[in-house]
Write a protein that binds this ligand. Structure first.
Ligand code: SF4
Length: 345
C-alpha cells in the first residue's frame, strides 16, 4: 500500500500541493504521514480545533506573539503547571518547551499532551544530565534536592521538591534551617535564592544560554542613554546584570512590576517575548530589550522560537507530536511537583 506525500507551499495566502513519488507507509515515520496542509485563516482554524478536540492551548510568555494571542492561558512555569493541573480539557497543547509539556503530562497522564515542535528543548534542562546528577546526588545522601522546574522528567524524579522562579525563595524558606539542600540545575537562580534566604545551598552548575547572554556593558550604556529607565531582570541572569536591576522577579512578577511601577521606560533583561504582554498591558510605556553581548538575536530563546502558529495548528490537526514517558518516571516525578503546588498555595 502506498500514499502520496504532499508538500505545501504558502504563497500570499494560498497554497500549492505537490505530490511526490509514491512511498511505502511502512517505511515512513509517523510525522511524515501527517497532513501538512495549512488553512488561510490559522487563528480561526485553531479555534475550531480547540472546540472539536476539547483542547486548551497553554503558552509561555516567551512564545511568539501570534501564539500568545491564540492561547487560552498565558503564564510562567508556575502558572502553567497550575493550569495544567486543573484543566478539564481532554487535550493540552503546550506552546512552550519540552520540560513544560512533560510537566503537563506528569500531572495529566490520561490526557493527550501535544508540543508543536519536539525539538523545542532547553539549554538549562540539558545542562543537567540524569546520570551525572544521580552521581552528584549520591555523594550527598543527607541533602534534600530542590530542583527548578526547568529540568527533565528524570531529574524531577530524583528531586524532593520542584520550584519555579516565582516560588523558589518561598519554598526554600519553608525547609527547616538545619536541612542541607542541593539546588539544581540553575546556578544563577540558586545564587539568587541563597542571597534572598541566607541559606547555604549546594549548587549544580547549570545555566540558561539566553539569560547568560546579556551584556552588562550594553545595559550600562542603555542606562546612560535612558536615565529615566528602570532595569528589570529575571533571576536566571548572571550577578553582573542583576546588580543593575531595580527589580528582580519571575516573568509574571516582572509583568506585574512593569504595570505598577511609576517608571515609564524599562530595560528588560529576560527573553524579549514577554515584551508583547508588557506592551499590551501598558501601551503608553516603553520597553527596551536588554541586548546580548554580540550583535545577535541571542537574547531570544532559540528553543521557544521553534514553535510557530503553523506548527501549533498542525499538531492539533494531526494529534502529534505527543509527549510520552515511562510510567515509573512519571510517578516519581509527580510527587515533587505536587509538593511544590502544595507549598505554593
Ligand atoms: S529561555 Fe533559557 S531556560 Fe527558558 S527555555 Fe530557553 S534555554 Fe531554557
Amino acid at each position: 500500500m502506498s500514499v502520496l506525500v504532499k508538500i505545501t507551499i504558502i504563497t500570499s495566502g494560498c497554497f500549492i500541493a505537490i505530490n511526490s513519488k509514491p512511498v511505502f507507509t511502512t517505511a515512513l515515520p509517523q510525522q511524515t504521514k501527517a497532513s501538512s496542509f495549512l488553512p488561510y485563516d490559522l487563528f480561526g482554524a485553531i479555534n475550531t480545533l480547540k472546540k472539536e478536540l476539547n483542547a486548551v492551548v497553554l503558552a509561555h510568555y516567551y512564545q511568539d506573539p501570534d501564539i500568545q494571542d491564540v492561547a487560552d492561558y498565558l503564564g510562567d512555569s508556575l502558572g502553567l503547571s497550575q493550569q495544567a493541573a486543573s484543566t478539564s480539557a481532554d487535550v493540552i497543547v503546550f506552546a512552550g518547551v519540552h520540560f513544560m509539556a512533560e510537566t503537563a503530562k506528569i500531572l495529566n497522564p490520561d490526557k493527550l499532551v501535544l508540543l508543536p515542535d519536539l525539538d523545542a528543548g532547553c539549554s538549562l534542562a540539558d545542562s543537567c544530565p540524569p546520570e551525572e546528577f544521580a552521581k552528584f546526588k549520591a555523594a550527598y545522601p543527607d541533602h534534600l534536592v530542590v530542583s527548578y522546574i526547568n529540568c527533565s522528567a528524570e531529574i524531577k524524579a530524583m528531586s524532593d521538591i520542584i520550584c519555579t522562579s516565582s516560588n523558589a525563595v518561598r519554598i526554600v524558606n519553608q525547609i527547616p534551617e538545619d536541612q542541607p539542600i542541593i539546588f539544581a540545575p540553575d546556578r544563577n537562580l540558586g545564587r539568587y535564592v541563597m542571597e534572598q534566604t541566607g541559606r547555604d545551598l549546594l549548587l549544580w552548575q547549570g545555566s540558561c544560554i539566553v539569560h547568560e547572554t546579556f551584556s552588562e556593558k550594553k545595559i550600562i550604556q542603555l542606562k546612560i542613554e535612558h536615565p529615566e529607565a528602570e532595569v528589570i531582570a529575571h533571576p536566571e541572569c548572571e550577578p553582573p546584570v542583576l546588580r543593575h536591576a531595580s527589580y528582580i522577579g519571575s516573568t509574571t512578577a516582572l509583568l506585574k512590576y512593569a504595570q505598577t511601577s511609576p517608571a515609564s521606560t524599562f530595560i528588560v533583561a529576560t527573553e524579549p517575548g514577554i515584551i508583547h504582554q508588557m506592551q499590551k498591558q501598558t501601551p503608553n510605556k516603553r520597553f527596551i530589550p536588554a541586548p546580548a553581548m554580540n550583535n545577535c538575536a541571542c537574547n531570544e530563546c532559540p528553543y521557544m522560537r521553534l514553535n510557530t502558529l503553523e506548527k501549533l495548528y498542525l499538531a492539533m490537526k494531526n494529534r502529534q507530536p505527543e509527549i510520552t514517558m515511562p510510567e515509573h518516571i512519571r510517578v516519581a516525578a509527580l510527587r515533587p511537583i505536587e509538593r511544590m503546588l502544595e507549598m505554593s498555595v
